[in-house]
Design a protein around this ligand. Structure first.
Ligand SMILES: NC(=O)c1ccc[n+]([C@@H]2O[C@H](COP(=O)([O-])OP(=O)(O)OC[C@H]3O[C@@H](n4cnc5c(N)ncnc54)[C@H](OP(=O)(O)O)[C@@H]3O)[C@@H](O)[C@H]2O)c1
Length: 229
């Protein structure tokens, strides 16, 4: 799919994976809505994109707050006149490592809210307009995390997001909208930590694959960014 001239929302675009995706989409001519929790952090990225001759707009929203998520939807609809084409649900949190593998309920609540409920709400909000346009690409960022009970809240929240994508498939058939998952690999970001084997730049070009796909590629696939290095 061509993204030039089309609106794309990238959540968590102030740093790490989202920053790379936002800049890469802008370089392809998309009009990028850069999201983070603070307008000034989003604006920094917008300034960078503008310097590189791209077009971007900054927004802020705390994704653990349902009202802030609703307000983000309104802001995006105002900017785009309800014509968002790309939704890149990238923002996520990782709750602390629990040495004893006893994960408090509050870790689950926060992880599910930010990593699953907010992305699902954004999908639900923007899917109808994408279907109406007959074109859209939704990418939900997941994780290959496995066998780490100390981070159970994070991994369960990502598993729930995977399930959301899988069970949404019947409603997408023939709509022109694709919804897929992207695993960026283990990266040296604030979330991934210094011990990760991969530089965050290594998510490209793979992270763009689920956006640039033809409709025939279908939905419900897992794209691993490190496979395209
Ligand atoms: N790094 C890895 O090794 C790895 C591995 C597998 C999957 N992933 C996934 O890749 C995605 C990006 O991860 P990353 O490593 O790039 O993370 P990161 O460097 O920590 O960046 C996280 C981004 O999400 C935003 N964010 C965090 N909490 C938020 C909240 N409560 N509300 C709204 N925005 C929030 C941050 O914005 P602020 O500037 O406002 O904080 C920031 O832009 C995530 O979905 C993560 O689960 C990462």
């Amino acid at each position: 799919m061509q993204v030039a001239g089309k609106w794309a929302l990238v959540t968590g675009a102030s740093r790490g994976v989202g920053l790379r995706i936002a800049k890469a989409l802008a370089a392809k001519g998309a009009k990028v809505i850069v999201h983070s929790r603070s307008l000034s952090a989003s604006q920094k990225v917008v300034d960078e994109i503008t310097r590189l001759q791209g077009f971007a707009v900054a927004v802020e929203a705390e994704l653990s707050d349902n009202q802030a998520v609703a307000s983000l939807v309104s802001q995006v609809n105002q900017l785009t006149h309800q014509s968002l084409t790309v939704l890149y649900n990238n923002a996520a949190i990782m709750t602390p490592w629990r040495d004893d593998a006893v994960v408090p309920a509050s870790d689950y609540a926060l992880s599910f809210q930010v990593n699953c409920i907010a992305p699902a709400s954004l999908c639900d909000a923007f899917l109808p307009q994408m279907k109406q346009q007959g074109e859209g690409r939704i990418v939900n960022v997941t994780s290959g995390i496995a066998d780490q009970p100390q981070l159970m809240a994070y991994s369960c929240s990502k598993a729930a997001l995977d399930r959301y994508v899988r069970d949404m498939l019947p409603s997408l058939a023939g709509s022109g909208v694709l919804m897929n998952l992207m695993d960026p690999g283990w990266l040296q970001t604030d979330l991934g930590g210094e011990q990760a084997p991969n530089h965050p730049d290594s998510v490209l070009p793979g992270a763009l694959v689920p956006v640039l796909l033809d409709e025939e590629a279908g939905s419900g696939q897992l794209y691993c960014a490190q496979d395209y290095r």
